[in-house]
Design a protein around this ligand. Structure first.
Ligand code: ZN
Length: 277
């Protein structure tokens, strides 16, 4: 199943049609996109039983699919080639930092660049479907409501000026675009091996597969929840492969007027535009 927010209201998407869950269910299901995540099995049963027709929609109608996650975080250096290009040593535990919820943005968003040193990082993003603490390997994927595409936008100067505290340089408004919708893991061709890439104005800058993660989704959730109690609705960015602008010689950063397109197999494409302050 694929679900999303259209004009801030909860919808299920089937092909090129969108079903408004509140309207279609006569108010039994909520218009709040966070409620879709909390009541995913109920939503799935409703769609299967009633087979609503919905209406056609445009990409411009899509808004942030996870508008108020209890927690939002990201994993650093989870691909060996990106760790090497950033010259960051691999750690025994997952490198984890806050991607504060106020940094999240929806699809087709125009993000204001606060500086001339903002970098791109395409990432698979997990949306938790239940509270999760000390997950076993067998439980890990079952705790995920769905996956989406994310950009872990990072001001590299602020990031490293704050020492090893990455959160400040990665949480400005709009620095966490995600979307365009959420796909449940059962829809994916192989949930542990998805092609991902991103391009600036059509020129590919990153291209890899999620099977190249140092910690795939299962070991990542096991290791993170050894320490952290995740909540239903939490957003977790899972790290980026090589190809960040910081590592180029000379470094190359996002410019006003540029368009970033981020694509993950089985999910779709997330478009983000940039403007000067
Ligand atoms: Zn990242």
């Amino acid at each position: 199943m694929r679900f999303a927010a259209l004009n801030h209201r909860a919808h299920v998407l089937i092909g090129d049609r969108a079903i408004d869950l509140d309207e279609a269910s006569g108010g039994r299901l909520s218009a709040d996109p966070m409620e879709t995540i909390r009541r995913l099995e109920e939503v799935r049963s409703f769609i299967e039983e009633t087979q609503p027709l919905g209406r056609s929609f445009t990409m411009e109608e899509l808004t942030l699919a996870v508008p108020s996650p209890p927690q939002s975080m990201a994993i650093g250096v989870n691909y060996a080639d990106h760790a090497a290009e950033m010259d960051i040593e691999l750690a025994e535990e997952p490198v984890t930092f806050a991607k504060f919820p106020t940094s999240l943005a929806g699809p087709n968003e125009t993000v204001t660049l606060p500086s001339s040193t903002v970098d791109w990082e395409v990432e698979l993003v997990l949306v938790m479907g239940r509270d999760a603490f000390q997950l076993t390997s067998d439980e890990a994927w079952d705790a995920v409501a769905g996956v989406t595409i994310g950009q872990d936008l990072s001001d590299r100067v602020v990031q490293f000026a704050a020492g090893r505290q990455f959160s400040l340089g990665k949480s400005s408004p709009g620095f966490g675009p995600i979307g365009p919708w959420i796909v449940t893991p059962d829809e994916l061709p192989n949930r542990d091996d998805l092609e991902l890439s991103c391009a600036i104005d059509g020129v590919t800058v990153q291209h890899s597969r999620t099977s190249m993660m140092l910690r795939g989704v299962v070991p990542l959730l096991v290791d993170v929840t050894k320490h952290l109690a995740l909540k239903c609705g939490d957003v977790l960015f899972t790290g980026t492969p090589a190809g960040a602008g910081f590592a180029l010689s000379p470094p190359r950063y996002l410019q006003p007027g540029e368009q970033l397109t981020s694509t993950i197999e089985g999910i779709g494409t997330l478009v983000t535009n940039f403007v000067a302050p």
